[in-house]
Design a protein around this ligand. Sequence first.
Ligand SMILES: Cc1cc2nc3c(=O)[nH]c(=O)nc-3n(C[C@H](O)[C@H](O)[C@H](O)COP(=O)(O)OP(=O)(O)OC[C@H]3O[C@@H](n4cnc5c(N)ncnc54)[C@H](O)[C@@H]3O)c2cc1C
Length: 552
Amino acid sequence: MDIQNELSKTFEGELDTSEEQREFYSHDASLFELKPQVIGFPKHVKDLKAAVQFVNRNRPAYPQLSITPRSRGTDMSGGAIGESIVLDVSKHMTNLIAVSSTEATVEPGMMYKDFEVETLKKGSLMPSYPASRDMASVGGMMSNNSGGEKSLEYGKTDNFVTELKMVLSDGNEYVVKPLNKTELVQKMSQGDFEGNLYKQTFELLEAHYDQIQAARPKVSKDSTGYHLWNVWNRETGIFDMTKMFVGAQGTLGLIAEGTVSLVPHRPHSGLLVLFLKDINQLGELIPAVLKHNPATFESFDDQTLWLSIKFMPSFLKMLGPKRFLHLLITLIPDGLQLLRGIPKLVLMVEFNGSTEQEVRNKVKALHKELGHMRVKYEINGFEETPTEGKSEKFWIMRRYSFQLLRSKVKDKHTAPFIDDFIVPPEHLAEFLPKLRVIIKKYKLFATIAGHMGDGNFHVIPLMKIEDPNERAKLEPCMKEVNNLVIGYGGSVSGEHNDGMVRGPWLEAMYGEQVLGYMKQVKNIFDPENIFNPHKKTDAKWDFSFSHIRKSF
Ligand SMILES: Cc1cc2nc3c(=O)[nH]c(=O)nc-3n(C[C@H](O)[C@H](O)[C@H](O)COP(=O)(O)OP(=O)(O)OC[C@H]3O[C@@H](n4cnc5c(N)ncnc54)[C@H](O)[C@@H]3O)c2cc1C
C-alpha cells in the first residue's frame, strides 16, 4: 500500500517519505535505530484522529501499521522512533492555548523554552523541566514524565498535569482528568468504548489494589512502567488516569493537548558548591544537606569537569560569545582548584527564595553546618554564590556536558544504556564505589552527573558502538548495574523512561504479576498494539539489541 497516498486523503498535514527524512527520523538521542515508512506532521487533533482511524481501517490487511508519536526527538530510551508511521507534533501542534499565573493549556509540540517565556510573563513556572530544557517539548516531558534539577523540591511532570486531551485507539478524542467516585461510576456505566476503558481499568486496579500499591518504587522519582498505583486511590476516592498517560511514552494513546498547573517563580537563588574528594563522605553529607530542604542538589564528576575544560571552545558555539566569555572568566578560580587536586565530585546545592535575604539565610545555615564538616571530612573548597550570574558556569557544565559529549569526542559516541538509575540517597555512599568498580571492569569511559538529592544518576559511557566487542559489553554491564540498583531498592529509570532500553527490565523491577497488570492495561487501551510498539511493556531485549545504531 502507498501509505502516503492513502493517508493523505484524510490527513491535512504534510506527509514525507523521502529517504533523507526517513533517515533523520530513524534516530532519537538513544542507542537505537528504527526507520519509519512515513513521517506525518499533524496540523491539529483532527490529523491525529485521522491517522489512528487510517491504521484501524488498514491494519487487517497490513498488520505492521503502527503510530509512533514524536515531538523534539531527544528521548534517550528509543521511545521516539518507530518502523511504520511517525507523527511529529513539533512542527504545527505548538500552540499555547491559555496561560494564567496558576495554569496553562498547551499543545504537545511547544518547546519548553518557549513555554517558559510565556509562563514567566505571569510570574510562574512549570518546574519539572529536564536538563534538555532548551531542546525538549512540553508534550515530550509529559510522555516521558520528565524531571530535572527542581524535581527534588517539586517532583516530576505527573505532579503538574491536571488534564489531557487524548486520541485513543478507537480514533476519537477524550478528555482525561481526575474523577470522584460518582463521576467514575457514571463513566463506567456509559456502555461505550470510553466507559469500558474506565470499567476494565477500575476493575483491574481494585482487584489487585494492595499488590499494586506495594509495587510503587521506593524512590523519590520514577519513570518506569505505568504508574497504576497513582490512578485509583481508595482513601480519597479519586480515579485519575492522567497519572497513567503521563510517562506512557505514547504507548496508550496520543496527547493532543495538556493542562498543567504552575508554581510561582521565585526569582532569587543561591548556590553552594562543594568539591568532594572522597565519595565516602557522601553518607553523612547527603542527609545533612537534605535536612535544609534545598531546591536542587545536583552533582557531576571529575570526568565531566575535565571534559568541560578540555572542550571549552565548543561551549563558544553552544552559548554564544557573551555567555562564553562570562563562563571563561568565572572558571578561572575553578581551574586553580583543579591544580590543587581534582575533586571526585562537584556538588551543587541551590536554595530559592522570594528575596535575596531569604536565600542568604538559607545558604548561610547550610554553610555553617557544612563548614564544621569540612574540617572533619576535608571537603575541598567552599563557595557562596547567591547570584545566578556567578553560579552559571556550574549549571552550564551540569546541563550541557552530555550534549558536549554527544558532539565532541572523536570516533566514540555517547551510549545511554545505564543513563538514569535512581537509588535511595542513603545508600549512595555504598552504591557509588560499587558502580565505579563495574564501570572500570567494562573499561568504560563515562561521566557521572545527576540529581544527588534524589540519588538519580546519569552515567553515559563513550563507546565505539559499531565495534562488536564494545557492543558485547552492553547486556552484561547493564545486567550488573541494574541488578545492583534493584538490589538497593532503586529503579532503573528516574526520568528518561523505558523505551527500548529499559522496557526489557520491567520484569526484574516489578515481577511477573505486576508487569502482567501493566500489560493488561496496555491491552485494554491498545488491544491491537498500534501505539508505539517495542517500547515499555512490549519491549524485548533481542529486538532492541538487533536495532542498535550501526553508524553515527
Ligand atoms: C542532553 C539531554 C539531556 C536530558 N536530560 C533529561 C533530564 O534531565 N530529565 C529528563 O526527564 N529527560 C532528559 N532527557 C530526555 C528527554 O530530553 C526528555 O525526556 C524530554 O522531555 C523529551 O522531550 P521531546 O520533546 O524531545 O520528546 P520526544 O523525544 O520526541 O518523545 C519522548 C517520548 O514521548 C512520546 N511522545 C511525544 N509526543 C507525544 C504525544 N503527542 N503523545 C504521546 N506521546 C508522545 C514519544 O513517543 C517518546 O516516547 C535528556 C535528553 C538529552 C538529549
